[in-house]
Design a binder for this molecule. Sequence first.
Ligand code: C5P
Length: 299
Amino acid sequence: MSSVTVRVPAKVNVQLSVGPLREDGYHDLVNVFHAVSIFDDVVARESDSITVAVTGDWADLVPVDDTNLAVQAARALAKHAGVCYGADLVIHKAIPVAGGMAGGSADAAAALVACNELWGLRLPAEDLMRLAADLGSDVPFSLMGGTALGTGRGELLTELPTTGTFHWTFAMADGGLSTPSVYAECDRLRATPSRGFWPEADAGLLAALRDGDPHALGRCLSNDLQPAALSLRPALAVTLEAGRRLGALGAIVSGSGPTCAFLVEDAAHAARLAQALPERAPIRATATAHGPTPGATIL
Ligand code: C5P
């Protein structure tokens, strides 16, 4: 096999409850992930070394050195399997960079799946999941896709049942937000640390997902990182309010931001919102999407 292409989705968090800061620098989470149909494609070709190149709208913002998470994933996989194969990786990027949609994590997950196939390793899914968790808290979900509850630092996943399709409009901001600084701002804003954090998903939210009820889901969307993202980027409040005024069923910052996510009635509503938002809010681009979608998949 000389080339493998893997398609991997973005995510939005429909619930993101942040517990106290742990000794290892992470926070315990109750994180309800939902994979949506904005995709990066990662192509892996046979090579003597591991390299990466990036194409697409956000390409100039992605590092192409050893800090690239897809490169780190390929190296971790080779080390785990005890091989010294190479791969030229090309990432075709549609997921915003540093946008709160797990774009870097998605590329790492795609690289794991692509190189496992390219190199004929046939490692089982459990091995890939363990490697994924070492690469980043959101990487296991990018492998898995669908809708899932993530606990621990977000890497301990349980699949959640859903019915039907949910429709979304996303508003991407100019410039990203660094995830560690948003968590740090969240800690700073909390007058007292949240003690006694007990990881539980919102029962109403789980029922809305299970029933395929976008109105109920819209009312239940929650993100503990949103006040921190708004504190660092006050203009996001304008974007969220514009979406609400345009009839979104729910409006939320996606993960650590600055992308804003709007849950809508159907695909037509998503298209109307995507067209109307740029006139009313300071954003770089909009995209429509639906979820849930599968995780990293070989094309
Ligand atoms: O796991 P990942 O490398 O994606 O996390 C990036 C940063 O986000 C961490 O270094 C940490 O500052 C923050 N984080 C956190 N708690 C989590 C996940 C991430 O504080 N559960």
